[in-house]
Write a protein that binds this ligand. Structure first.
Ligand code: PEP
Ligand code: MN
Length: 264
């Protein structure tokens, strides 16, 4: 169902009023890794809005490698996201980790994120087929393209064709950077699937100074958008600080991407 052979026309995924598709200008999704406080999230949201981003990201439920790391604010985080959405008019994407969270998260989010660690949580994927919200499906830590597309297939086959694929780097033998950003998948996926593909350089690289060049590269290979982590005070971030851009750096990146225009 996710294949172009079955469905030749590009699928347009609608996150609120924002359209994400192969034949649309690329979309900028940005915000903090985690919702940490009202002040932090509202500051990030205002920065995203001011720079020209269309969608606010931010995790209320965080899938952390260690159980001792900050796990997110949960319900309180969702309320903060709802406030940021109401104030800025930005659409919101946030992660859902469990089936029993879907209903509540869908009340405040315009798009539901499935994190890399849950890409093959098949029961969750099936349940998202009936969530009535678009899904942003991140590529698993070591997922092949076949496995990733099969995960998307679970959602589409369960009744929801509103799926965005997000390349966020994969684990290879190379450890110099956080992950290995696989940009070749973008033109390849454009041939084999009608579902839009975006690129998350923040989680791929793990370093904010390398985000701009790879964001430009994502633009150049024709990605349908990028997802970037932005924090009002990256040095104090409770998660993913080293890869989070500050508002000034993010605004400069957006201006640069704007000058590049859409290379459709
Ligand atoms: C995130 O987007 O903050 C996140 C946890 O990403 P990933 O699932 O790609 O590691
Ligand atoms: Mn993160």
């Amino acid at each position: 169902l996710a294949s172009r052979d079955f469905h030749p026309e590009d699928t347009v995924v609608r996150i609120g009023t924002v359209e994400v598709a192969w034949h649309r200008p690329p979309v900028i999704i940005a915000g903090p890794c985690a919702v940490e406080s009202r002040e932090q999230t509202l500051a990030a949201a205002r920065a995203v809005k001011a720079a020209g981003g269309r969608v606010l990201r931010g995790g209320a439920f965080k899938p952390r490698t260690s159980p001792h790391s900050f796990q997110g604010l949960g319900e309180e985080g969702l309320e903060i996201l709802a406030e940021a959405r109401a104030e800025t008019g930005l659409a919101v994407v946030t992660e859902v980790m469990r089936i029993d969270q879907i209903e509540r998260v869908a009340e405040v989010a315009d798009c539901l994120q499935v994190g890399a660690r849950n890409m093959q949580n098949f029961d969750l994927l099936r349940a998202l087929g009936e969530a009535g919200r678009p899904v942003l499906l991140k590529r698993g830590l070591s997922a092949t393209l076949e496995e990733w597309l099969a995960a998307a297939e679970y959602i589409v086959a369960s009744g929801n064709d509103q799926v965005i694929l997000c390349e966020r780097g994969i684990r290879t033998f190379e450890r110099a950077l956080r992950n290995t950003l696989d940009l070749g998948v973008v033109p390849w996926l454009r041939q084999v699937t009608h579902l839009p593909v975006i690129v998350d350089p923040s989680h791929a690289l793990g370093r904010r100074d390398l985000v701009p060049p790879l964001a430009r590269a994502a633009w150049a290979v024709g990605a349908c958008g990028i997802m970037v982590e932005v924090h009002p005070d990256p040095a104090r971030a409770l998660s993913d600080g080293p890869q989070s851009m500050d508002p000034e750096g993010f605004a400069a990146l957006c201006a640069e991407l704007d000058r590049l225009g859409a290379l459709l």
